[in-house]
Structure formats: C-alpha cells, structure tokens
Ligand binder design. Structure first.
Ligand code: GDP
Length: 521
C-alpha cells in the first residue's frame, strides 16, 4: 500500500455555545467532500446530522458529550475538524481535544463579541502554542462595530488581529467583504437559510463602488486604517501566536466558509514533529505513533466496548498492524479493531499524521497514552486542567460498595473526572473535581449503568483549586474555609470557596505557594 500523499490540516473550533459552531461545521461539510465522520456531532436535538448517540442523556439533552472528528477534502488537502463539545457545561474533554490539533479557529458571535468559554478555550490554545484564526460570525445580523470586535480580541486575549477580509456594510446590512489581499469585493448573496452554497461573486474595486457606493468607500477606509496600524497578515507572527488573521462570515448563509477553508490550507500549519517525553521529537515521516486524547465507554450498551480516539503523530496507520502500548509495553492488535466512524462502523484502512483514528476494544488505553510501531516513543501526558466544580460521591446502596470503588477508580483513570482524596474525607466519600458540572452527570450515569452502583452526589461550595507544596499542606489545610486533597498523581490541591477567600489567604500568608493550574484557574 502506498502512502496517502495528500497534505493534512487538523484543527478545532473554539467558541461559546450558540456562536454557530454546529452551523459552521455543517457549512464546511457542505463546501467540501466529506470523507468520513468519526462520531462527529452536530449537536442539536431534532436537527439532522446528529451522528453520535451513545448515551441516553446525550440524546435527551441534545448535546454532545463525546468528541470526535469530521474529515473532508478541500482542494486536494485532507482537513480534519476535531469536535470540541461545546455545551455550556463543557468538560475536560473539550480542553483535551486541543492537544490533538495543529491550529484552532476561534468563532466569535458578531453581536456578542468574546464570551467566557471562548476565552477559557483560548487560554488552552495559548498554552499549547496553537495558532488561532478568528472568524467573526453572524455578520448577516446586527452586531458590534468591526473595530470594536478587533479591540476586544486585542485587549482580552492579547493577539493582534490582522483582518484578511473587511466587511462592506455594517453587521445586519452586509453586502460582502473587501478581500484585503487582492483588493476585490466578494459580494454576498443571501440564500434561503444557507441551504445551498452561496454564490460568491468577485468584483473589481470599480465594479464594487458602482454596486454599493459609500459602503465600499467606507470599507476601503477601514482597510487603509488597518494597514496604517500594521494590522496586515504576517505568517511568522501568526504561527508564533502573536497575531490572529480575521475573516467576517455568516455560517448560516454559508458566506465566508469557502474563504475559511482556503485560509486553513494557505496559512494553518500542517502536522509537524511531536515532542516526546525524552526530549526528542518524532517527525511525521518516522515510524507510526499516535496518542490517545479521548476515551469513550459504553458506546454500545450491548457490547460495552471502549473506544479510544487517537491522533496519528507519525508514520501511517494500517488496519491490522500490531502496535505497542507505551505505558505497559504490551502489544495492541488493531486487526479486529475496526475504526468507528459515524453511526455506522466503517473500517478505516489507513490513516496519516494529523488524522484521528478510533480504536475499539481499547480497554487498556487511557487518555494521554501513546501507541507506536517500530522505534519506541512516549508522548507527554495531557495536562489536567483546573477544576471549578466539586462534589462528594457516596454509594447509594452500601452493598454495591466494591463496584462503586472500582467504578470511581476507572472513571478517574479514563479522565472522566478528577478524583480527590484525603484522610479526613475517607475512602467512602471521595471528592470529584470537574471543569464542567456535566462531568458529574456522566459519572453518575456511568456508575449506575456500567457498575450498577447508583451514587449520591453532593455539591461542595468550592470554586477554585490551587496546587500546594507538600511541606506546606498542613498549614494550608488548617486555614478556615480551605481544604486540601490529593489527586491520583499525588498532586496536592487546596480548594477555595471563592476568589475573595484565595486573595485573603495570599495576602495574609504570602509565604504559601499556591499555584494556579492550567486554564480557567
Ligand atoms: P453552536 O451552539 O455554537 O453549535 O451554535 P449553532 O450552530 O447551533 O447556532 C446557534 C444559533 O445561531 C442557531 O439558531 C443558528 O441558526 C444561529 N446561527 C448560526 N450561525 C449564524 C449566522 O451566521 N447568522 C445568523 N443569523 N444566525 C446564525
């Protein structure tokens, strides 16, 4: 079998709920030829195209708990869109997805501007060094002034925006965009609900002025102001995470979607070398390796299988190959492990660096694990993120205690939730720590369905966590309103009821080292 020579682009969309991520995903798929869907979720109830339906809860609430990838082709390049579960109650999975991509698209609602979840996700991108493209969406409706939006991006996330297109006509009275690269007018034509690909007409500046008059002149002025402010695209600055190219779009009307795809191909980075724990790197052309960024259980109530989503980092994956599980040194056969894509399980024969594969029967694989063929390699674990929600879990039926303990252990290992323990709390009532409260519901549902150990969850009044030095743990634990617990990896976390209490402690006890965890902390 010969290698698939097509280049790859692997990215994720970061956005706040309702910014239009599902709409954009559908529009992208419409523009490009969809190759396959790895359980990609276009997550709204009653909407066509909702592929993932593995949990009752997910169906009932019309949201996506799972994350996977949508693969399509555009101008000869294979594009992998890795889904970020985007409900308000998002979870650590949302963050972890960002370890599987090479760049991110930040989707901003033109009327709402930057919103909290986008900011949180952006911080994870920044920490991972992911270059970010910005799409201002819903430009077909009334919204903020474009300069105001750029200001928000610059002030709140610290990236200098470099618009590649500039709107002609205000939000809501939108005629199209000025393409700042060639000076042409890309005219926007409304279609009924964006159901079909909106025709994008390209007009010369003269034709533009004749067509829309003052709005064109104003757009030209905006363009010149931007150039005077040095807000022009610079590839090196974008890749270094100092600037963010911006385009204006309407996902619903299917406008700007083709421009986004072109942009991904033209500027977004291709899969590159992956740093390993030993300090070396694995080049895309080396032997096969992949790392697991998401594990999903209970996919199929009948079979109770475990699906591990892995990003191919190097080499090519061929179904049937026997790989080594770096954590245990044991072989892992992919022979019978069909790859699950979409509603149907389609066998994927091969995959290249940047692609996402779903490995079934992956009971041994955990989030952050490496699998490889040939030369051994191990990738660093995915950082665990700052939890903001805490609850104690106790078994409802003491007769099921052993199953409960086993279940908690497994969910901790899978990364469904972080389990915190302390002598004071005891084994009976561990503390669950989550990035989003929905993680608790997943824990409760899985303990009940898979381990037949229904639980009682009791929310605790903490809002933030800081790591504590072991030699200072006792002192911190003695502070009023603060509790210290240990994570599975031994890290000690101090939980605080609120920001105010934390600041109070920091002021009165400046010698205590209380360190924020990545993202949201
Ligand atoms: P998600 O929560 O980010 O996945 O957002 P959705 O894609 O579900 O969109 C949220 C709402 O915004 C839906 O009612 C969409 O129809 C609407 N929407 C999305 N994109 C646009 C757009 O470009 N223009 C307008 N007017 N509405 C949009």
């Amino acid at each position: 079998m010969t290698a698939d020579p097509r280049p790859r682009r692997t990215f994720a969309v970061i956005s706040h709920p309702d910014a239009g991520k599902s709409t954009l995903t559908e529009a992208l798929a419409l523009h490009a030829a969809v190759i396959q869907e790895a359980g990609a979720v276009h997550g709204k109830a009653g909407r066509k195209g909702t592929v993932s339906d593995w949990m009752e809860m997910e169906r009932a609430r019309g949201i996506s708990i799972t994350s996977a990838a949508l693969q399509f082709e555009h101008r000869g390049t294979v594009v992998n869109l890795v889904d970020t579960p985007g409900h308000a109650d998002f979870s650590e999975d949302t963050y972890r997805v960002l370890s599987a991509v090479d760049s991110a698209v930040m989707l901003v609602d033109a009327a709402k501007g930057l919103e909290p979840q986008t900011l949180k996700l952006f911080r994870v991108c920044a920490q991972r060094g992911l270059p970010v493209l910005t799409v201002v969406n819903k430009w077909d409706r009334p919204g903020l002034d474009p300069f105001e939006l750029l200001d928000q991006v610059e002030q709140q996330i610290g990236l200098k925006p470099t618009p590649l297109t500039w709107p002609v006509g205000a939000a809501g009275d939108f005629h199209g965009v000025l393409d700042r690269r060639d000076g042409h007018f890309v005219r926007f034509t409304r279609t009924a609900g964006g159901a079909t690909r909106a025709p994008e007409e390209h007009l010369t500046p003269e034709q533009a002025e004749a067509a829309v008059g003052d709005d064109w002149v104003e757009a030209l002025e905006g363009h010149e102001l931007l150039s005077a402010d040095d807000a022009d695209h610079d590839q090196a600055s974008y890749l270094a995470g100092r600037t963010t190219p911006v385009i204006f779009a309407s996902a619903l009307q299917n406008f700007g979607v083709g421009q986004l795809l072109d942009l991904l191909l033209d500027v977004a980075p291709a899969p590159g070398p992956t740093p390993a724990v030993d300090g070396g790197v694995r080049e895309p052309g080396d032997d096969f390796s992949a790392f697991v960024f998401k594990v999903q259980s209970g996919l199929d109530a009948q079979h109770r299988d475990r699906l591990a989503y892995a990003r191919v980092c190097s080499g090519r994956f061929e179904r049937g190959m026997v790989v080594t599980h770096a954590a245990t040194g044991r072989p892992f056969a992919t022979k019978y492990a069909q790859t699950v894509f979409g509603r149907d399980r389609t066998v994927v024969e091969t995959a290249e660096p940047g692609d996402v594969i779903g490995l079934v029967n992956a009971a041994a694989l955990k989030v952050g694990d490496t699998v490889y063929a040939g030369k051994p390699v191990r990738y660093p674990p995915i950082t665990s993120f700052a939890p903001e929600h805490f609850a104690t879990a106790t078994v409802a039926d003491t007769g099921r205690w052993k199953s409960f303990r086993r279940g908690i252990e497994q969910l901790d290992e899978e990364g469904v939730v972080q389990v915190l323990r302390s002598e004071w709390r005891g084994e009976q009532a561990p503390v669950l720590a989550a990035v989003g409260p929905m993680q608790f519901e997943v824990v409760a549902a899985r303990l009940e369905s898979e381990f037949r150990a229904p639980v009682r969850l009791e929310r605790l009044g903490y809002e933030l966590a800081r790591t504590v030095r072991p030699d200072q743990a006792e002192e911190v634990a003695g502070l009023r309103g603060v509790e210290v617990l240990a994570r599975r990896d031994g890290t000690l976390l101090a939980l605080f009821p609120d920001e105010w209490r934390l600041r109070f402690v920091q002021r009165d006890h400046p010698h205590l080292e209380l360190t924020a965890l990545p993202a949201g902390g």
